[in-house]
Ligand binder design. Structure first.
Ligand SMILES: Cc1cc2nc3c(=O)[nH]c(=O)nc-3n(C[C@H](O)[C@H](O)[C@H](O)COP(=O)(O)OP(=O)(O)OC[C@H]3O[C@@H](n4cnc5c(N)ncnc54)[C@H](O)[C@@H]3O)c2cc1C
Length: 434
């Protein structure tokens, strides 16, 4: 069986779905293929789905602030209904503890100043007023529990934090992807689920389509790799790895869910908190739970895995993360039964994504999302559609990178910032913080 399209999108996670939507909005009919049974069932479904604006580079900050607006105006962005309802954005703000380690957020707040992004500086009393369950004793540097110094106070305490009001999280990341799928379908897209792309077809040097695991061929002059932690495998199928200076690989992540301490309604009164002193971030989770993720401190071993065969069980990492957070919240009860999620980041060498063409004409990639691009999916979709149009019109994006305007915040970005051929960006945090 053979199908035809203007473009094929490999992967129907949140970014893949958003790219399909925007390609159809500019008149390119797409077929999306995903080996999962539905959209957003891969790492997207495990995402903490935190929407925040603080990043370590100006371009990253602008991208995230532009992205925030689509979640705020979700129904307008989609333009269609979904029979399952629309995803909810709980916008309660994000508090980032100021430490010597993050230079008291000087770089991030300077980027916010440049982009007119609102924020407030809170002192210790204001932090404790909002989070009375917190103890602000410093425990820097972050340690594992088997370190004899674990739990021993360091010097001083956390004295201040930056509060960013334009932040929060999406309660159901899978539903948000389904919303985008419905919008894309209404614009002309089609989706094939439960099928794996096993071959990238070529005609001469150029891609001409894909072959699926059941032998079906889909023909199209454009193929986009949005395969998440399997992105490197898909690049290999296309023969697109050779000129890349930035590589991507799969990193195992464990996210902890624990009940909030008795007497404090973290779901209603908590917020997103990033705490580099103990190297965890957290946010409210339904059922008055607290979701705890890792900020990838040096004391933790990074577990690079094979994305197809990795072990989805919790490990002792779950316990290390839970107890690190318990230093900040001494009344936290940690159940013996581990609860939360285990999934993968697709990590690039500098933890900044690759949104780019490739050396293979017609083959594009939106990969290396490094645990921090859920929030950017809508604007990444628009930027990739513009990039594909730019290249397909005969422009050499490697030599003369596309300059792309973010419509909400009126900011022009150099899409070459996300090049597969860039030098490692030394301004990055080299962590999930981006
Ligand atoms: C635990 C965790 C927490 C996170 N928290 C946040 C957060 O708080 N904020 C934030 O902004 N970001 C966060 N992220 C990152 C964010 O979720 C991802 O960047 C985003 O979901 C990636 O979407 P994607 O479209 O690239 O696809 P993914 O969700 O990675 O999915 C890729 C899809 O490609 C499909 N696929 C792969 N190969 C093939 C093939 N050969 N044939 C067919 N299909 C294929 C897979 O089945 C999969 O569905 C987190 C990620 C994880 C794992």
């Amino acid at each position: 069986m053979t199908q035809k399209a203007d473009a094929i999108v490999i992967g129907a996670g949140v970014i893949g779905a958003a790219i399909a939507l925007e390609l159809n909005r500019v008149g390119m009919r797409t077929v999306s293929v995903d080996k999962n049974p539905a959209s957003g069932y891969g790492p997207t479904s495990a995402s903490c789905a935190i929407i925040r604006v603080h990043y370590s580079t100006l371009d990253g900050t602008a991208f995230a602030y532009e992205g925030y607006h689509y979640w705020r105006d979700w129904a307008d962005y989609l333009g269609v209904d979904d029979e399952r309802g629309l995803a909810e954005f709980r916008e309660m703000g994000c508090l980032v503890m100021c430490t010597d380690h993050n230079d008291h957020m000087r770089k991030q707040t300077a980027h916010c100043d440049a982009l007119s992004i609102p924020y407030e500086k809170w002192n210790a009393e204001q932090i404790l007023e909002r989070l009375p369950i917190y103890d602000l004793t410093s425990y820097w540097p972050p340690k594992r529990m088997d370190d004899p110094a674990f739990g021993q106070p360091g010097e001083g305490r956390v004295e201040s934090a930056i509060f960013f009001p334009t932040a929060g999280y999406i309660t159901d990341p899978q539903l948000s992807t389904h919303n985008i799928q419905r919008a894309a379908e209404s614009a002309g897209a089609s989706f094939v689920f439960g099928r794996t792309v096993t071959e990238i077809l070529k005609s001469g040097d150029r891609v001409s389509g894909v072959r699926l695991d059941d032998g079906t061929e889909i023909h199209a002059p454009v193929v986009v790799n949005v395969a998440g932690p399997l992105s490197e495998n898909v690049n290999a199928l296309a023969g697109a790895l050779d000129d890349m200076t930035i590589t991507t690989k799969a990193l195992k992540q464990e996210v902890v869910h624990v009940p909030a301490p008795d007497g404090f309604d973290f779901f209603a009164d908590g917020l997103v908190v990033s705490d580099s002193d103990v190297a965890v971030y957290c946010r409210p989770e339904k059922g008055n739970f607290i979701l705890i993720g890792s900020e990838d401190p040096e004391c933790d071993t990074r577990e690079w895995v094979d994305a197809e065969t990795y072990d989805r069980d919790f490990t002792e990492q779950w316990t290390h993360q839970a107890y690190r957070y318990a230093q900040r919240v001494p009344s936290l009860g940690i159940p013996s039964q581990m609860r939360g999620v285990v999934d993968l980041y697709d990590v690039s060498d500098d933890w900044i994504p690759i949104y780019d063409k490739s050396a293979v004409p017609g083959f594009y990639m939106a990969i290396g999302s490094s645990g921090n691009q859920f929030k950017n999916a809508p604007i990444a979709g628009k930027m990739m559609a513009a990039l594909i149009q730019y290249c397909e019109a005969g422009n050499d994006h490697d030599a003369t990178p596309l300059q792309f305007d973010f419509p909400y915040i009126n900011y022009r970005t150099n899409v070459g910032f996300y090049s597969r051929k860039r030098e490692i960006n030394k301004d990055s945090s080299f962590s999930v913080l981006g």
